[in-house]
Design a protein around this ligand. Sequence first.
Ligand SMILES: [Zn+2]
Ligand SMILES: [Zn+2]
Length: 280
Amino acid sequence: MALQVTFFGVRGSTPCHGDACSKYGGNTSCVEVHVPGHDPLFLDIGTGARDLGAGQANDGTFRGTCLLSHLHWDHTQGLPFFTPLHSPGAHLDVYAPVQDDGRPVGDVIRDVIRPPLFPVGVDQLPGTLNFRDTADSEFLVGEVQVTARMVPHSGPTLGFRLEWNGLSIAYLSDVQQPSDGGLMVDEAARAIAADVDLLIHDSQFTAAEFAQRSTWGHCTFDYALAVAEQCRVKTLALFHHDPARTDVALDAMLEHAHTVGQRGGFEAFIAAEGMTVTVG
Ligand SMILES: [Zn+2]
Ligand SMILES: [Zn+2]
């Protein structure tokens, strides 16, 4: 039995559109982990969640779980467009990081999804949202064992490790690399990623961009490759592409990733919208 991982949004920061990014796609973070015989489970609810929702039960019978890495727009903007919630009876559990000031995550979301910022308030969505404020912890979602750890980014941010039937997936969508450009892996991130079958990791910047933006909460493509090698993962998905990164630039990076992966003993690919990968 295998897990199937489908990328509905792979961009960081803001959605983008046009011929230059049509191959890898322009929607922001949203990744479904399909577990056989299991309620829907996905990571982040960026703009890709609109397409994910279109394929779910839209008749009020939806029951599912979102593991939300953090509250930045690119990870939450798809929430009101997730159509299963447009039917009464639908239910979505959202595990999200506890905030530094202790404010409940549901209250933070209610403050941004409401008039005049949005036509309706989040509580006016017919479906039920249940926010579960989450610190470093281990818990079960159905049959899936989840490990959540706060990882370095900009503001409270969780990395997630999912384990099921001897298979493992790590999700580290937004990760601050040491600002001196070093390749040291944070202890919490290492706990999430160690020895997994699939690591989905931030790869937002080139080295030149990182030099200008070393405290923006992200990392370089080469840092993601170094994390994969140091954590002995089987496969690395390079993820959270900068909105300015063209398909041509990503294709060029793929060749480099293959070379580094061969040397480091792992497979690497560049996550693209619409792509499904089988784990196991
Ligand atoms: Zn992000
Ligand atoms: Zn972020």
